[in-house]
Design a protein around this ligand. Sequence first.
Ligand code: IDP
Ligand code: MG
Length: 160
Amino acid sequence: FLPHLVASLEQVEQTYIMVKPDGVQRGLVGEIISRFERKGFKLTGLKLFQCPKELAEEHYKDLKTKSFYPTLIDYITSGPVVCMVWEGVGVVASARKLIGSTNPLQAEPGTIRGDLAVQTGRNVVHGSDSPENGKRETALWFKEGELYEWTPAQAPWLME
Ligand code: IDP
Ligand code: MG
């Protein structure tokens, strides 16, 4: 461990980020990954994955009563997704800012949804909404052996 990283260890969060099927089909995987990568967060998990219906239902269980829930489950299971875990201090809220508002027409230019999408039902990317959900969703989508702890070479140039 580098001393400057130990100091902030308890502040390190995880967020579950997913390129949804429309993002994969539209060839936006590299573009989306690169926004988190360039910001300076650490990638600890990454895979292409066909989401089974049961997992989609568990992931979106809080939205079960919404009218759009059945079409949301169809959308998320309609093709492969790219699952990622990004780690860092403040990563959960920062990733939500990088992603932008749920409705892409209301998302600011410069955000992923603001730049790359037009409809809520095709908003290209998911990001956890709290550190607790970051942990919950990471555990839901990744097995233990699929996550990696490592120290990026750039760490001392990102954190003082
Ligand atoms: P979030 O993805 O910005 O956190 P949530 O409210 O958690 O937004 O909704 C989860 C996902 O459900 C959205 O990203 C979007 O794909 C879908 N969704 C939310 N509201 C609507 C809607 O009104 N119509 C269609 N799909 C929706
Ligand atoms: Mg949400």
